[in-house]
Design a protein around this ligand. Structure first.
Ligand SMILES: *[C@@H]1O[C@H](CO)[C@@H](O)[C@H](O)[C@H]1NC(C)=O
Ligand SMILES: *[C@@H]1O[C@H](CO)[C@@H](O)[C@H](O)[C@H]1NC(C)=O
Ligand SMILES: *[C@@H]1O[C@H](CO)[C@@H](O)[C@H](O)[C@H]1NC(C)=O
Ligand SMILES: *[C@@H]1O[C@H](CO)[C@@H](O)[C@H](O)[C@H]1NC(C)=O
Ligand SMILES: *[C@@H]1O[C@H](CO)[C@@H](O)[C@H](O)[C@H]1NC(C)=O
Ligand SMILES: *[C@@H]1O[C@H](CO)[C@@H](O)[C@H](O)[C@H]1NC(C)=O
Ligand SMILES: *[C@@H]1O[C@H](CO)[C@@H](O)[C@H](O)[C@H]1NC(C)=O
Length: 523
């Protein structure tokens, strides 16, 4: 068991009271040489330039401009303006010591109508970004679909609810493999397919905002008892089709990997009754097995067939064969976990939705010191999940594609809690490696504060802060960025030392807009 030892000291430094954490035992060089450490973003959340150089709207643009289901304000029209600032960002990544950057391609920037002509300026942008990364020794890990379907395809045939999407997605993937595959070796077809299906088509609080079940979100269309299943079915077939294309047409020359990504949670039975233990397994089958069983075994989990019945689409024999083994790696996004309680009475609901089919009650897994806006630090639930996946599905390569701590935009640049969170999870990855899990990389969400899907610009996960009122959108380092950089450079994990080193060799830019005396004085 990997162990951190914390010495938490209170000291008075430069007039402000600061807790400081000394950690031993965790060093970059303890991870395998080919293990990659990186940071993540996605196109709509960082690029901006939403209607520039030929880009057309996606369903996410439409959702944001219609008011984000009344949850928060803002949109990705400008976001972090990475479209214009990618060189500066790659420079920061290189100085930080990232091995890899995980980003997504905006389908409607590359192919504005989702099919048909390529937008040369969009093509140029991604070539520039990829070349900039490669020239700094940073691997591009590219997601093809991060929730931003070209609006044209949504309007024309309903997007993911229509099987026509399989053909158009495959053609889009073909363009990406052909144009970028000489330099990009890690492709993820779909980001968080499970959340897209639940949030976008059952509860209706995410794009394209479909729902029919009683919901505080007022959807203008949708069918919560059928569409989540249809959309997932089509995403799986689109993935498998793109993976086959790659295998047949590009694998020999390009030698890359095609993966799929899911939002994962640990599922902890609320009590030790057999009902709750079975319910926790059922929740995992509904959230994760929904995708992993088809991708690995070629069919949906038995419990889903039983509870969903004829609303669950079926695979033909050849589709099933195509799916089986089509996942070169699984991308895991992990933030928090759930307690699961058996709740069989939802099965009596007429026209029940996906969540009712699951027949469980979920509550957040908390610890006593969890503040409302922060996530509890429970790495054992991630380890439990990864152990469970291995028991069910055997060995397969895993990338932790996203992991990070949410804070409010107004909170300090001295993000000690985020440092603590990242430290614990990165430490648990070392445990899992030592326990024989095939984990190939770890990415912090997010490289900088982005336009968040849940919370817009109010909630932040970034290693860099961006003051939206500053017209230059200058990237300002949080303590976590200094800490991560130190770790990546195989230096001490002590954040205070990071700050001292920063003083001697500034990673960045000055930092005088916020009241963060420690960092300000250090730089
Ligand atoms: C849904 O519509 C009702 C009635 O118009 C309104 O009170 C409520 O705020 C709306 N909910 C959302 C999330 O927009
Ligand atoms: C959803 O689709 C099912 C199957 O077609 C149908 O029975 C049900 O009435 C639909 N529900 C709504 C709210 O349209
Ligand atoms: C369930 O059993 C496990 C192992 O015996 C124990 O660690 C855990 O605390 C128990 N959980 C509950 C909620 O009783
Ligand atoms: C959390 O708080 C509850 C109520 O104060 C207490 O009973 C419980 O023992 C605490 N659990 C831990 C792990 O500290
Ligand atoms: C965040 O700061 C802004 C400007 O200082 C203020 O208007 C807003 O109320 C703050 N929000 C929270 C949740 O503290
Ligand atoms: C990393 O740091 C440790 C401890 O300071 C040192 O023993 C090791 O040689 C370093 N490894 C590399 C690759 O620099
Ligand atoms: C900065 O924050 C400290 C403590 O959080 C507070 O005491 C101080 O008054 C603040 N300074 C300014 C200029 O707001």
């Amino acid at each position: 068991m990997w162990k951190t030892s914390f010495v938490v000291l209170q000291l008075l430094l430069l007039g402000s009271s600061v807790s400081f954490i000394v950690v031993d035992g965790l060093r970059r060089d303890e991870y395998p040489p080919h293990f990659v450490f990186g940071a993540s973003t996605s196109a709509y959340q960082v690029e901006g330039a939403a209607d520039e150089d030929g880009r057309k709207p996606s369903i996410w643009d439409s959702f944001a401009h219609a008011g984000n289901a009344n949850m928060y304000e803002g949109n990705g029209d400008i976001a972090c303006d990475q479209y214009h600032k990618y060189k500066e960002d790659v420079e920061l990544m290189a100085k930080m010591g990232l091995d890899a950057y995980r980003f997504s391609i905006s389908w409607s920037r590359l192919i504005p109508d989702g099919k048909g002509p390529i937008n040369q300026k969009g093509l140029q942008y991604y070539n520039n970004l990829i070349n900039e990364l490669i020239s700094h020794g940073i691997q591009p890990h590219v997601t093809l679909y991060h929730w931003d379907l070209p609006q044209t395809l949504e309007d024309e045939y309903g997007g993911w609810i229509n099987q026509k999407i399989v053909r158009d997605f495959t053609a889009y993937a073909d363009v990406c493999f052909r144009e970028f595959g000489d330099r990009v070796k890690h492709w993820t077809t779909v980001n968080e397919g499970n959340v897209f299906a639940q949030g976008g088509y059952d509860i209706g609080f995410l794009p394209p905002q479909h729902c029919s079940s009683p919901s505080i979100f007022n959807c203008s269309k949708g069918n919560s008892s059928t569409e989540p299943y249809l959309v997932t079915h089509n995403m799986l077939l689109a993935h498998a089709s793109a993976a086959r294309l790659y295998r047949n047409k590009y694998q020999d020359k390009q030698h890359g990997f095609i993966g799929f990504n899911l939002l994962t949670y640990g599922f902890v039975p609320l009590t030790n009754t057999s009902e709750d233990i079975i319910a926790a397994q059922r929740a995992q089958d509904f959230f994760l097995g929904w995708y992993l069983n088809p991708l690995i075994f070629g069919d949906y989990p038995e419990i889903m067939k039983k509870n969903v019945g004829s609303r669950l689409p079926t695979f033909t024999k050849s589709e099933s064969n195509l799916l089986k083994g089509s996942m070169g790696f699984l991308g895991i996004n992990f933030y928090f976990s759930f307690y699961v309680k058996d709740n069989p009475k939802t099965l009596n609901i007429k026209d029940r939705d996906y969540l009712a089919d699951m027949a469980v009650e979920l509550t957040a897994y908390t610890t006593n010191d969890t503040a409302t806006e922060e996530f509890p630090i429970v790495p054992w639930t991630l380890q439990g999940l990864v152990d469970s996946l291995k028991n069910i599905y055997g060995d397969f390569p895993i990338y932790i594609h996203e992991n990070g701590m949410q804070t409010h935009r107004n909170s300090s640049l001295e993000d000690w809690k985020r440092v603590n969170y990242l430290n614990e999870y990165i430490g648990s990855v070392l445990d899992m490696l030592r326990n024989g899990h095939d984990i190939r990389g770890y990415f912090v969400w997010s490289f900088m504060d982005v336009f968040e899907l849940l919370g817009g610009f109010e909630t932040t996960y970034g290693l860099y802060y961006i003051d939206l009122k500053d017209p230059t959108l200058r990237r300002q380092p949080k303590l976590s960025s200094l800490w991560y950089s130190n770790f990546l450079n195989n230096r001490t994990m002590d954040p205070m030392v990071a700050i001292q080193m920063e003083k001697n060799s500034p990673l960045l830019i000055n930092n005088n807009n916020k009241n963060n005396s420690l960092l300000r004085n250090a730089i």
